[in-house]
Design a protein around this ligand. Sequence first.
Ligand SMILES: *Cc1c(COP(=O)(O)O)cnc(C)c1O
Length: 383
Amino acid sequence: MTAMPARSDTGDPLLLTPGPLTTSASVKQAMVHDWGSRDAAFLAINRMVLDKVVELAGGQGTHVTVPVQGSGTFAVEAMITSFVPRTGKLLVLINGAYGQRALKIAQIAGRAAAALETPEDTPPDLARLERMLAEDKAISHVFAVHCETTSGILNPIAEIAALVERQGRRLLVDSMSAFGALEIDARQIRYDALAASSNKCLEGVPGLGFVICRREALADCKGNATTLVLDLFDQAEAFARTGQYRFTPPIHVIVALGKAIEEHAAEGGVGGRGKRYRDNARVLIDGMRAMGFRTLLPDRLQAPIIVTFHMPTDPKFVFQRFYDSLKDRGYVIYPGKLTVADSFRIGCIGRLYPEHMKGALAAVREVLDEMRVSNGGPALAAE
Ligand SMILES: *Cc1c(COP(=O)(O)O)cnc(C)c1O
C-alpha cells in the first residue's frame, strides 16, 4: 500500500455503509454549541426541520412530521404501535431484515399480524397481496419497506399504495433508506404514515427518527399507543400545545439536521440528492462488474442506495482480509446479511461523490491483486 488512505473532509475513513454515514464538516460543525430544550433559537430550528420534512414529502397542509428521539427503528416502532389499534391487524410485506423487524415489533406489541414474504431479491407479489386483502377482512393496515436496505432492492411503493387504497386499507411505509433521495410524493402516493430518520439520505447525524403522518389518520390514533415514549398522537398534541418535546430532545442532532437540510436544498433537493446517488451507484456497479463482481439484483430492481455483490468464489478471496485492507485504505464497506446468497454490500449514500467511488474501485483492485484474486465473480473464471 503506497498512497495515503482516503479521508472525509474531517479526516475520517469514508463510510460506504447503509448508515450512519459520512457527513459534511459543516453538519458536524453545527453541533458545537449548547442550547436549552426551551431555547427559542433551538425551537425555531426544530420547527423549520419538521416543516421542511413535510415539504420534502409533498405533504404541506395535509401531513405533519412527528419526531421520535432515537434511531430509525424507534420511529418504525412508534409508527406501528401508534397507528395500528389494539384491535387492528397488520400485514407486513417482507423481503429483507427490515420487514422481518416490523413483524417482530407488531408481535411484541401484541398486535395481530400476518406476513407476505418473498425472497430478498424479489419484490412483493402484488397479486397475492390483493388476494390476502380480499380474503382477510381483519387486516386493517399494510406495512411496506420502500428501499429494503438488506439487499438494496427498490420495492414498488406506488403500486402497493394504489392497491392498498383500492382495497380500503391503510398503508404504513418504512422509507428510512430512501427518503430525501428517492421521490415519494404524498400527493400521489397515499399513506397514513411514513417513517425515516436524520442519518440516511438527509445526511445528518444519527439520533432522530421521524414519522410523516397524514393529519386525518393521526387524529384517529388517540389511545392506540402501547408505550408512553413512542406515542405519536401524544407527541403531536404536545407540539400543538407547547411547541416542545415531551422528553429531552437530541438537540445537537436536530440542529445538525437543520444544517443538513439546508445543504440538501442547496444540492437541488430530492432530485439533486438522488442524482448524485445514482451517479455514485452507476460508477460503482460498472466498475465492480468490470472486475468480475456480480450484483445480486438486476439494474431494474436496484435502488441507488446500497449495492449487494455476490461473494467471489475464488478460494484465495478472504472477506475479512478484503474488508480490513479496504478499511486501511480509507473505505469502510459492509458485510451482507442475506439468506439467499453469501454477499457483501457497498453503500452509495452520504457525503460521497463519484470520485470517492472511483477511489474505492481502485482500492478494491489493489486488494484483489494483493490476494492474487484475478476475478471477483461468484463463479471461477477460466484462467
Ligand atoms: C436504517 C434502516 C432502518 C432503521 O435502522 P436504525 O438502525 O434503527 O437506524 C429501518 N428501516 C430501513 C429500511 C433502514 O434502512
